[in-house]
Design a protein around this ligand. Sequence first.
Ligand code: NIG
Ligand code: FE
Length: 457
Amino acid sequence: MRLLNCDSVTSSRKANKTTHLPLLLANIGQLLTLQSSSGRPGPRRGSDLKELGVIEGGAVLCLGGKIVSVGKTKDALRDPWVKTKRKKILEIDCAGQVVLPGFVDSHTHPVFMSPRLVDFEKRIEGASYEEIAAAGGGIRSSLEGVRKAGKRDLAEKVLALLREMADLGTTTVEAKSGYGLTLESEMKSLEAIRDAASHWPGTVVPTLLGAHVVPGEFREHPEKYVEIVCREMIPRAAKRKLARFVDVFCDHGAFNAEQTEKIFQAAVENGLNVRGHMCQLTETVLKPFLRFEPASFDHMDHVNDADIAELARRDTIATLVPGANYFLGLKEYPPARSFIDAGVPVALATDYNPGTSPTLSMPMAMSLACTQMKMSPAEAIAAATINGAWALRVAERKGSIEAGKDADLTLFAVDDHREIPYWFGGSHCGLTVLNGVVWRNLKRGGFVGDRDPAPRG
Ligand code: NIG
Ligand code: FE
């Protein structure tokens, strides 16, 4: 058996040579498969959300970027194929550690140039998100940087973020445009996402967010801007296959319900799926949008009971992004318990962006979900993996550890899965596997100590 030499894996931060070697993660302390025992199809809801499908002493065998078998280590080692190929298998001893599906971060805004530090300070002094935006800060203040930037600079920034996400256990990322807000700069942003994704072994799902806010030059004529989104941006992004989804920030100060419906209609006519920033600042009636079969409604701080009941009957995911509430210093968080207890499928995401949630850490989002929204650690893990995959419509390939799915896994150097949201503000992620590529978190050197996923004995 070829044991993993961690130094050779860590020596390159790019997709490395180990891609095509068969990979066996063995002796896993807790393997969270996220397989559902209920067998109910569709996203996890209600009590199914906390089912992690734990195997103690588990093993996962991956080949050609796919998971080929999942079970107990003793059974894996008895497998005739493993026995004959053992010398060629890259084996990682995961004793005393937790392995789970790579996180699916189903809501990020990674294409921007600079942090918004003045907004940060103003908010500390007491200004609200809307007041800062009205005074010239907010989303509009990020536009100039992106409009002036070269595509290569944007792509390099995005790639650096994707690498950091892999360090934190994320293997699938939704990435939105939305800080250019001209036809040219939105396409440039989507191209930067595509270029960065081609240098990263994980999976990136691109979203056009041309309807983030009405840019200043259209302030007096928002309808003209909506026309540009519908007639120019959406058809161009669809034709060039630069986006899978169209998103709209539907709220006070951004786009109203009528404009949002128009944009969703254009998306569907151009063969793109829809998702929405909904009910972040104010309540919006969601029912009229359901005819577009949105993959996800995100934020969801202010939702009425009738819509909660309606969503419980659908597969549209309520994607909660508590990092935004934390960073804006809000006292209230989205009502996760009301959603889960009513049967609404819930996902968690970082909402990485320069204005409301500058974090790439899914474990941080999960920790906030537990402490501020009273989700259990198990619910937070399912919301960050399998339901994130449903929110991106990739659940047939992602989000759980099952034979036939993509080899997207992450390893945490902890004994118990509840420690993942427990240890907040740092990272215990030691290793990530993205489509079969082994990615070692360099920053953890020396910290993993005797839990290092290196061969032992
Ligand atoms: O998800 N709400 C709209 N969009 C982002 C914020 C973007 C920004 O402030 O730059 C969000 O919170
Ligand atoms: Fe967002």
